[in-house]
Design a protein around this ligand. Sequence first.
Ligand SMILES: Nc1nc2c(ncn2[C@@H]2O[C@H](COP(=O)(O)OP(=O)(O)OP(=O)(O)O)[C@@H](O)[C@H]2O)c(=O)[nH]1
Ligand SMILES: [Mg+2]
Length: 321
Amino acid sequence: MAPCATMLPGPPLLKIKKMADQITTSQDQRCGYTAIIGRPNVGKSTLLNHILGMKLSITSRKPQTTRHQILGVKTTENTQVIYVDTPGIHQRRGSAINKYMNRAATSVLNDVDVILFVVQAKKWTEEDEAILEKLKSVSCPVLLVVNKMDILEDKKQLLPLINDLSSKYEFTEIIPVSALNGMNVEMLEQKIAPLLPENIHIYPHDQVTDRSMRFLATEIIREKLIRELGQELPYTSTVNVDKYDEDENIVRIHATIFVESTGQKAIIIGKKGARLKSIGTKAREDISKMIDTKVYLNLWVKVREGWSNDESALRGLGYSE
Ligand SMILES: Nc1nc2c(ncn2[C@@H]2O[C@H](COP(=O)(O)OP(=O)(O)OP(=O)(O)O)[C@@H](O)[C@H]2O)c(=O)[nH]1
Ligand SMILES: [Mg+2]
């Protein structure tokens, strides 16, 4: 599979600082792509972050948080797993952005070596059923990841739950996990490794994503926006980083939040600018932590009518394959 085509220009990719002597150069290497798919809000991005041991993909309580494919690379000894976090596959119809998100998720299905189909314990829905239909045409192994096991009140429900799920499809494995507290996540990783092809590693061993810091900064701002506004957040909002300048000891970021009406703009700015300020402070702190450098963040809110249903506006705002 080609790595995400939507790389924005920007500073070098995020790297994990790893000791050179940890790198394996032996033969018998395995390397392959593992897609993380499922309906919105089941915990796909939380799972990826737990596997990577860092916050790469943004998460929130609101469905449809992830809007792009996010590549997360994990290299351990002779195995390199290239995870692809995807937007929740949904049945909302209509706007161009919804179509973009579904495309970003479903386009990986025939291009990866392993699929993790993430569902929520005891909450099988029509959207899960629709995804199952799509899986019928794929040829790679599919692992069913039953997430949020920590909220299953009675553990005796586990066996009937697994029996029920196994009747739906020939899953290679069914693995109950909790992405939030890490239960069984290591076991899941152990199941993935042997399913990958023998192959030399594609990415350097210290690389965790193909995304630029500029892109990750955009995502962090969007996460703070979603978390700050919750249900009040207009679905049709997005973030664009206009400028990302690195000085010796400070990174200066100028970003714009786009909405579709002046009413939405007022909601985001809040009373005397309090909301926008809070979003900015939280985003700045997280970006600073991620790059280990002081950050200056300048945030604007602008109205751009109809951007979410306008293919060319979408492309201009980073929504392109
Ligand atoms: N209790 C519990 N909550 C979880 C678990 N995993 C994720 N969550 C919560 O579920 C919500 C959604 O998590 P995300 O990781 O953003 O879900 P997602 O599937 O990536 O969602 P989209 O990107 O919108 O498709 C967040 O509030 C997470 O904290 C889990 O194992 N247990
Ligand atoms: Mg997500």
